[in-house]
Design a protein around this ligand. Structure first.
Ligand SMILES: [Zn+2]
Length: 592
């Protein structure tokens, strides 16, 4: 891929070199389809029209600055200008393409078109040489054209030398300075140039161009394949042609979308939709299956996560501005629309945040595959934080080679039956409380469809025996010397844990409440309002359980009042309850 691209990038290379990089005498498309007339330049009508007008009126500037992203036609246009200026039979301002000058310029053997790559010739000596040469009259053509590519790379002395030349150019000399970074070109130089900003070329323009080429070259194609190549080229015709070259070489026949994916090592769109679909299916089994599928296809976890993130951003875009205003593949419009309808914006933002957290973790040297697994599981567990604690157990089991609970028979008491969970939305949280007796009978039956019952579970007088296995396992520490301080430091974490295991709204408890005193075995917790206090009171048991691992068995007092000033919570990373719980379980720490 790089060889092909390189060959195309440096248009001035000897032909033999280009040929040796490709199959016998095969000329790369970008070279073969280099525009011979201004009208053939793709996607820059504003530049083309102005230049043609100037040529027609004979009002051509001695110095132009062509700025814009790579591969959008800057150097090509500069060469066309050189041809137009030297053509012996111009056709309505366009170069004829037939005269000896036109032919020689096309073949890069015209002595009066001088191309300089400023990236590798950036010093004062290079420009001095240019300055000395400029004085001499053209040999072959009517004028001398200097094309300086990546001009922003020149050193300061070189710019000064160039400036002198631009200030008083000989009548026969023209300059085209091309740059991807006009900010780095000194203002003194800019003021001497007529500037054209080249645009990134639209997907539609590139696709049409590729289609035209395929037809002319008698290459069969799927439109979707060309569309995808155009998308991947990111606004650059040159890149699109280089990609198309690769796909043609790979497919040796019809250009298929599947070939494009293969050449690009592309993750298929349907896999992204599958990942997003986990949120609806709520199936851990599906999450593991997708993970297997990705691993089997050799997908790089980080690539997938990044791709998934942009996929979600696209869905969010579709949701906000409508599918017709977002650049999505034509055959995926329906899927994007569907996905956009299924989620709220807040949901999507949350999913995007999951992705970025996972991505950051990978960069922090967490195991990529595990991060991807966790991410998929989080998708499947969205809106159902209750199950997160369980699925972490499951990951542990899988890691330890124990059978996955997913396949356990229905009716098992120990865990929610995730795989069998119907694909229907969670019924709205109802505050109706079940009878305490019922709850005490089945303390572990916290499954998706009765998730609301955990409220009742918390408020029920659950005895030590009926507490869940996990809670029972949790060690109860002796009451420390400074229980208040310990409780204050652990407050956020305690709230997060409760939120994770019981009710996600408890997460807010850390902002609305705070331990403020300790006396005779009673920990006093203050809340900003009676409402928040009552809420916390309904989760008193859970609070006590979580507190037990920090300050031992304490009784609780609640009061309403103003919260004291407190330390700001630390790093966002540490603030993620899911991650913290996970790190806690695996005894892991982020590596800096
Ligand atoms: Zn000509």
């Amino acid at each position: 891929m790089d060889a092909g691209r390189e060959a195309i990038e440096s248009g001035a290379q000897p032909k033999s070199q280009i040929q040796s990089q490709n199959v016998m005498s095969y000329l790369v498309l970008a070279r073969r389809w280099r525009p011979l007339r201004f009208s053939e330049v793709v996607g820059q009508p504003h530049v083309v029209r102005t230049l043609l007008n100037s040529i027609g009126k004979g009002r051509i500037a001695h110095a132009y600055l062509f700025s814009g992203p790579r591969g959008v036609g800057k150097t090509t246009t500069a060469r066309l200008l050189a041809r137009a200026l030297n053509c012996q039979n111009p056709d309505d301002s366009e170069p004829c393409g037939k005269c000896p000058s036109c032919a020689a310029i096309s073949d890069d053997r015209f002595i009066d078109v001088i191309e300089i790559d400023a990236a590798s010739n950036r010093g004062i000596d290079d420009i001095r040489q240019l300055r000395d040469g400029v004085r001499y009259a053209p040999i072959e053509g009517k004028v001398k054209t200097y094309i300086i590519d990546e001009v922003h790379m020149l050193t300061e002395p070189a710019f000064n030398a160039l400036l002198k030349t631009l200030e008083e150019p000989p009548e026969h000399a023209y300059f085209c300075l091309a740059t991807t970074d006009p900010q780095k070109v000194p203002a003194t130089i800019l003021s001497r140039c007529q500037r054209f900003d080249f645009r990134r070329i639209s997907v539609a323009d590139i696709r049409d161009h590729l289609e035209k080429i395929c037809r002319a070259e008698d290459i069969e194609y799927e439109l979707d394949a060309l569309d995808h190549v155009a998308r991947k080229a990111d606004g650059s015709v040159r890149d699109s042609l280089s990609l198309l070259d690769q796909v043609i070489a790979f497919s040796r026949g019809k250009v298929l979308r599947a070939d494009v994916d293969e050449v690009l090592g592309e993750v298929r769109l349907d896999l992204y939709f599958k990942a997003v679909g986990l949120v609806n299916s709520r199936s851990m089994a599906e999450a593991f299956k997708l993970d297997e599928e990705l691993a089997a296809a050799g997908t790089d976890p980080q690539d997938f996560i990044l791709g998934l993130e942009s996929h979600l951003v696209q869905i969010l875009q579709v949701k906000s501005v409508g599918v017709e205003n977002v650049d999505v593949p034509p055959d995926a419009v329906k899927d994007f629309k569907g996905a956009a309808q299924q989620f709220t914006e807040a949901d999507l933002i949350r999913l995007i945040q999951f992705c970025s957290t996972a991505e950051v973790d990978i960069r922090r040297k967490f195991n990529p595959r595990t991060r991807l697994q966790l991410l998929l599981l989080r998708f499947a567990a969205m809106e159902n934080s209750v199950m997160l604690a369980d699925l972490i157990d499951r990951i542990e089991n899988v890691a330890a080679g124990k059978p996955d609970d997913v396949h356990r028979a229905a009716g098992s008491v120990a865990r929610p039956e995730v795989a069998e969970t119907p694909t229907q939305p969670v019924p709205g949280r109802v505050d109706g409380k079940k009878s305490d007796a019922h709850v005490a009978d089945k303390p572990q039956q916290i499954s998706l469809n009765n998730a609301h019952s955990d409220n009742a579970a918390d408020s029920a007088p659950v005895s030590e025996e009926t507490q869940s296995g996990k809670a029972a396992k949790k060690k109860i520490v002796p009451i420390p010397d400074n229980p208040l301080e310990v409780a204050q430091n652990a407050w956020d974490e305690i709230c997060d844990r409760i939120a994770l295991k019981h009710n996600s709204s408890s997460k807010l408890m850390k902002f609305d409440g705070y331990p403020v005193g300790y006396e005779n075995g009673y920990l006093k917790i203050r809340f900003t309002s009676r409402y928040h206090m009552d809420n916390a009171r309904s989760r008193k048991q859970a609070l006590q359980r979580e507190l037990a691992s920090f300050v031992g068995n304490v009784n609780l007092n609640f009061e309403v009042g103003e919260l004291p000033a407190r330390k700001v919570a630390g790093d966002k990373q540490e603030d993620d309850p899911a991650l913290r719980l996970l790190m806690d379980r695996f005894n892991a720490h982020p590596q800096e």
